[in-house]
Design a protein around this ligand. Structure first.
Ligand SMILES: [Zn+2]
Length: 169
């Protein structure tokens, strides 16, 4: 439920004004590209663009305030498709975001997950863990939140913008 790309999309097949049989510029819709281009706007919008990467809140509903995603601006399948100069900036940028999540939100710790089985565009989940994060949402279980765990978009946006403000300091 965290990744709209997990739902088979029919965009470009029958709808969207694309004639059937037309050559598409991408083999399939890509949420990562759509976020970078502004076609999909996560709660709070793009918080930072730097060094070939964009920082934004989870595009789908989140059970954890301040759950951010670091996405490559280019369409790259995974870490192994990023060029060396971008890789050299990735670690320091992720660490800065984590520090901002701790400073702005009071997170005790921040997890980093890069799985990429569903969304095949490089993205690194940076997920805060708070003192009050329930056991059922700790570690990789943050991906298994139920409908009752999900934050309102306004709350997710507020937390995202608080981290953005800390990043700008
Ligand atoms: Zn993409």
């Amino acid at each position: 439920m965290f990744d709209p790309a997990s739902t088979p999309s029919r965009v470009g097949l029958n709808g969207g004004g694309t004639p059937q049989g037309a050559t598409l510029s991408r083999p399939e819709p890509c949420l990562g590209c759509d976020i970078g281009l502004g076609a999909v706007v996560p709660p709070g919008g793009i918080l930072l663009r730097e060094g070939g990467f964009a920082i934004h809140a989870l595009a789908d509903r989140s059970p954890i305030r301040g759950w951010l995603v670091l996405t490559s601006e280019r369409h790259a399948r995974a870490w192994y498709d990023l060029p060396p100069d971008e890789l050299s900036r990735l670690g320091p940028l992720a660490a800065r975001v984590m520090a901002a999540q701790r400073d702005a939100l009071g997170a005790e710790h921040v997890y980093a997950f890069a799985i990429g089985d569903v969304l095949r565009h490089f993205h690194l989940h940076l997920v805060p863990r708070f003192a009050d994060t329930p056991e059922r949402l700790r570690g990789r279980r943050c991906f298994e939140g139920g409908p009752g765990d999900m934050l309102a978009d306004v709350e997710a946006a507020h937390a995202a913008r608080a981290v953005a403000a800390a990043l700008a300091r």
